[in-house]
Design a protein around this ligand. Sequence first.
Ligand code: MLT
Length: 304
Amino acid sequence: MARVLILDSVDRSLAAELESHGISVSDLAKAEPAAVEAALPEAEGIVVRSRTQVTAAMIGQARRLRVIGRAGAGTDNIDKDAAHARGIEVLTVPGGNDRAVAELVLTFLFAFSRQLVPAVDASRRGEWAKSKLGGFELGGETLGIIGLGKIGKTLAELAQGLDLEILGFDPFVDPSEWTTPKVAKCALPDLLERSRFVSVHVPLAPATRGLLGAEELARMRPEAYLIQCARGGVVDEDALADALEGGRLAGAGLDVFSTEPKIPPRLAQNPRVLATPHIGASTEQAQTKIARLLAGSLVRFLQG
Ligand code: MLT
């Protein structure tokens, strides 16, 4: 009987679906590292989200491993070279969390435009801070989307419904070929200079590491906000902290960090930052969809 280890928290329906096909499942998402190490040599499949780093050493320990199921889109936490060298398949679920991530981006936009967090904080302190809490409407503002894959496109669709003007940068996608949403393609410097909100939606790869560094951030308007719900490492976090501390950027909504599961203190404690612990894909709907799709792929793979 094929044995699959679940190493990160995923929807329970994934295990149930595998078991209904006769696949034995051990949920080790909350187990101590020693228990995971002990189970690895017998595993034919492992399932991870973004928390577990699937290293070459781990792959080496899993002598019978045939497949790595990534309950999500990115594979930057998996040593793919080590996996492919052993002929181990890496299965992902592109598209499972598009809506969830796009909605989190909009949550940041609304929170910044209406000073939601300062307003709630003041109310909790017993203050009536109405006179300090003027906001602005999103309609007519410009949203620049870097990366026009599935998530970038979903965000553009939702943003269009809010009457945001949408700029897009992606060397591989021409949004003029889309019937909807309407996205004006432009060069990265132009997008950075014109947008009130800039949202990043590219995978982490050698070409995108540090894509937004000091030079790029300096192009943004002082009243602009950066939203980063893609992958830690795409934005230079020190340069971002410098820009925020120097008042050269109005704020940043950050869900992903190069230091996960820690948030750099300069960012976490900056009042201009709204930081969340990589919850972009953590909606009921995304997680059940991802579980269903990944279970289907794993069953097909393991049962030939
Ligand atoms: C994804 O790649 O879809 C997410 O980062 C998965 C996660 O939330 O861990």
